[in-house]
Write a protein that binds this ligand. Structure first.
Ligand SMILES: [Fe+2]
Length: 217
């Protein structure tokens, strides 16, 4: 099927605007489709996060950030550039907002890992899968939460994040993650988690321990 410029939402190419009504040649259409897919990049995501979270730092704004993170992860150029094989291993900070404090982090893992249940303290966190998958468990406390040293947890939700999917964990929510070798993900947090108190819980003993800088994700 031939598509004309007027059928496209944004009739621009790298060489400028296309005249309305002109029929796109096959190679132009392919180029346009490529540009369209590449359009949502890290800079645009940062700009959107700033605008959204300045307007609504609550659950509504975070949900918009989560949806935009899925859009960003749909950009294969972004995934290759920031989560591909040539990227240094470890935790890479892609952006920290000087005013609002949120961070965008790329977790470039080579080795599989199972984390203990943990919270993100007074912050929220959004996990977006870039490669492979992450099995998530969300937990709730069965105790009253008053004992700082002991907790009793029950799993309330289990699911798998696959590439392009993002999950949100609100302030104080407890979750655990389990991923295979080469699973990589992008995380957006409300603040730098290294600077706030967080806890992890030993499932066997129920012992609550403080978490230290980047000890777990
Ligand atoms: Fe986490």
């Amino acid at each position: 099927m031939q598509r004309t410029v007027s059928h496209l939402a944004a009739p621009w190419t790298s060489s400028g605007p296309l005249a309305p009504g002109r029929i796109l040649r096959k190679n132009e259409l392919a180029a346009y489709a490529r540009e369209d897919a590449m359009a949502y990049d890290l800079n645009q995501f940062i700009t959107d996060c700033r605008d959204i979270l300045a307007r609504d730092p609550g659950p509504g704004g975070r949900e918009q950030v989560r949806i935009n993170l899925e859009r960003l992860l749909g950009n294969s150029d972004f995934v290759e550039t920031y989560c591909g094989d040539s990227v240094p291993r470890g935790l890479n900070v892609l952006y920290e907002d000087p005013k609002l404090g949120f961070q965008i982090l790329a977790h470039i893992n080579d080795k599989a890992r199972v984390s203990p249940p943990h919270d993100h303290g007074a912050s929220w966190a959004i996990y977006g899968q870039a490669t492979k998958y992450t099995d998530m468990i969300e937990w709730e406390r069965e105790d009253d939460g008053k004992d700082p040293n002991q907790a009793k947890l029950k799993p309330v939700k289990k699911y798998r994040l696959t590439p392009g999917k993002a999950g949100i964990y609100q302030d104080g929510a407890i979750h655990s993650i389990d991923y295979p070798d080469y699973a990589r993900f992008v995380r957006v947090t409300g603040t730098n988690l290294d600077k706030i108190d967080r806890i992890k819980i030993d499932l066997k003993t129920g012992a609550v321990e403080k978490m230290y800088a980047q000890q777990a994700t």
